[in-house]
Design a protein around this ligand. Sequence first.
Ligand code: HH2
Length: 282
Amino acid sequence: MLWRAGRHEFRFPRPMLVMGVLNVTPDSFSDGGRFYSVEAALERAGQMIREGADLLDVGGESTRPGAAPVPAEEEIRRVVPVIQQLAARVSTPISIDTQKPEVARAALLAGASLVNDIAANRTDDAMGRVVAEFRAGYVAMHMQGTPQTMQQNPAYADVVREVDEFFAERLARLEALGVRREQVALDPGIGFGKTLEHNLQLLGAMPRFARHGRPVLLGVSRKSFLGKLTGAESPADRLPGALACAALAVRDGVQILRVHDVRETVAAVRVAEAIEASRPKQ
Ligand code: HH2
């Protein structure tokens, strides 16, 4: 299986791709304000690359439940200088974490290679057209509702089936817009319009999503469901829970992990991969 993102390509099977989170925001739930200046963001990016990040995911708008929306001009003002500087200095593929086609376009022009879209459920086609035009990589994430409303009362008849159908529907729609399947990765969107039970059902069903023949991305890093399970109130204390998910993701054939804690995640997945490789073939 091949995943193309601009001039980059990834062939699977291969070791887990680790995507390091670079939030250039004042208010992200676990690291808001820490990497808000261009200098701090570049420093953090360099650190994540040294720790083994395969991709960098630059975001200028927090998507935590209830976060205030950011106008496109402000989001562009936050992310474009960071992406320009990064693209000039590193060969690591850069992802833009945005819901807005105009931000995606500005970021791709600045040197990003893929778009990480938490709002892939939208009904207008503008984002798909931008991705097609730039031949960018694309992460289609499932979300019920919007960050402003998503945790009010998430409800599904069968969350796994609905997410799985969403993937099939999105792949078809994107293809109709000129986005090739090989550009797309799929993400069930843990915590985006989901209760603890929904998150666990999705995590227990990860192998099912392989049927689409596309890489699957998982983002659990520091999320509140880990706090609910372990009692870890502070996001930074949720790392052990996230590492348990990372190891199981290796077993379940997940291809990409989106994480804040790159060094620890890389170590955990390398151990899990070594064990997986030594498993007797059935
Ligand atoms: N989670 C967050 C943001 N973007 N993108 C994908 N594809 N999958 C995810 O699970 C995902 C995501 C939330 O985490 P974070 O960026 O740390 O927080 P915030 O949205 O508050 O900036």
